[in-house]
Design a protein around this ligand. Sequence first.
Ligand code: SAM
Length: 251
Amino acid sequence: MRIDILTLLPATFTGVFDESILGAARRNGLIDIRIHPFRPYGEGRHRTVDDTPFGGGPGMVLKPGPLAAALADLRKDGPPAPVIGLTPQGHVFDQTMARELARLPRVILVCGRYEGFDERILPEFDLQISIGDYVLTGGEFPAMVVVDALSRMIPGTVGDPDSVREDSFFDGTLDHPQYTRPAIWQERAIPAVLRDGHHSRIADWRRGEALWRTVAHRPDLFRQLALSSRDRALLQDALANHSQSIPDKGA
Ligand SMILES: C[S@@+](CC[C@H](N)C(=O)[O-])C[C@H]1O[C@@H](n2cnc3c(N)ncnc32)[C@H](O)[C@@H]1O
């Protein structure tokens, strides 16, 4: 998959995509990430990309012309790709979006700065993505978040595909608790079921715990789950362990 990122601050990305899973995926040709500064498309001798807001007010606004010119050049090179503007006013990014984007051969991400984009560039965007209800100084960190999350969804990027399937949000639940050695740490022992080597009992316990955590921490996600009768039984066991009863899904 190819990912093009338009930014005013290309150096921000230095090193971020070179390490660990993303670095290996790039070296193995699974992801091709290209960073494009759009300052060279700025206007005049100073390559101006921003100006004061019409109507007054604080800060500067990204001019539409330089971004449109940069996008036109990018579209000429490579397969067609949706243009995704990063903005706190976009659809809130989630695992489903990451999975859908990872199926595409290419995406173009546009990082804003200052007070954001001139409204007239928005028709150039096929999608606007926010990474959450808070405002950052620029779209570079949001772009890194989107690239990291969608890269994990590209088959082959993460060595063991089970690791991705068991992650939080993949099937709508949060992940089950994880433990590693030592089995007893500061008088805190791991759950006994994890020591008996009985794979189906471990799988049942993990599923029950994942459902319990989802009820307890993210009732909004829990309400969207279609529970099987086995799920309900496993959740009942987990709730009993945690001394609670199944909440009403409609609550
Ligand atoms: C300071 S913000 C502009 C905020 C804008 N005035 C508003 O209130 O909607 C500058 C740039 O940071 C990026 N940005 C900030 N927060 C973001 C978020 N939560 N998700 C995605 N991008 C964000 C966007 O690219 C935005 O254009």
